[in-house]
Design a binder for this molecule. Sequence first.
Ligand code: BYC
Length: 310
Amino acid sequence: EDPIKLAEFEARIARGEKIEPNDWMPALYRKQLIRMIEQHAHSEIIGALPEGTWITRAPGFKRKLALMAKVQDEVGHAQLLYSAAETLGKPREKMIDDLLSGKSKYSNIFNYPTFTWADSCFISWLVDAGAIVNQLANSKGSYGPYCRALERICAEESFHLKYGHHCVIHMATGTPRQRKMMQEALNRWWGPMMHFFGPPDKASVHTEILVKWKVKMATNDECRQQFLDMYVPKIWELGLNIPDPNLKKNPETGEWEYTEPDWEEFKRVINGDGPCNAERLAVRRVAEERGAWVRKALLKPEAAYTTPLA
Ligand code: BYC
């Protein structure tokens, strides 16, 4: 790497300037951004699946409409993010191939089943809340296209958050059966939610360089702490129990103390061996195959006329 160019690049970042696609950047900055934005895009598109299956079963017309709009937004976020990643030189088709082959990761949390409506409510409120904590921080980062995508995503996510909170309030203040469903969903999702922010800082491989280059504007532990600070009181307010007897805010440090979630489980899940990994990728594979004729028609319309749609 040219040391003068690197010094100029780092000085621009230190001044808070945005790096744009045609600007000089170190190869590692490009590689790291592609990795992170691509994984983020995959998370949005796979994240549409656990909630998407609830659209037809959501209780009542208004919930169905709102959930449909939310899921549609998530897929739109994937579009924005794939476009942002493409500005760094990796074609979208290659990103999709890497998702389907298991080469590229996506968020751990979408590899768990949504057994009941309450699981869908948990995602809409608390997974979206966690995502906003991370995305709001990183929208102030150094790579222009990613930051602009994140700003737009956060604006939409804030509606999801209100919708999700409304759903959870409804369940938590409903009949004893509804409360029980909500509590059971919270019990199932708390561990994966703690994993969602990534490994503890001391075990995080990429944080140091990403913080230095202002791609990550908050570390994994900082995001986890901020999430706990903002949402634990709201969860307790609803009379729900968080399934961690050690969870408490240390009044001296102001930090939340908690039981470490099972990091071995996390590793298994992000490396393809979670409860729903195979199912999630199978659904995407079918979508890819069934959508092939659309892509073909867009690229080469005359070929599509002669190809049977089935
Ligand atoms: N899940 O060095 P670390 C949504 C991997 S979707 C899976 O700390 P980094 C929504 C990590 O990739 C929005 N893998 O990594 C959608 C790395 O592996 P590789 C989701 C994880 O990058 C629909 C290794 O562990 N948000 O909200 O510095 C419906 C070491 O980790 C995870 C994003 O995608 C994980 N949770 O920090 C509802 C945010 N954590 O690549 C809602 C964008 C870590 O070396 N991503 N790994 O093989 C990020 O901000 C960062 O990548 C992370 C991890 C904070 C997640």
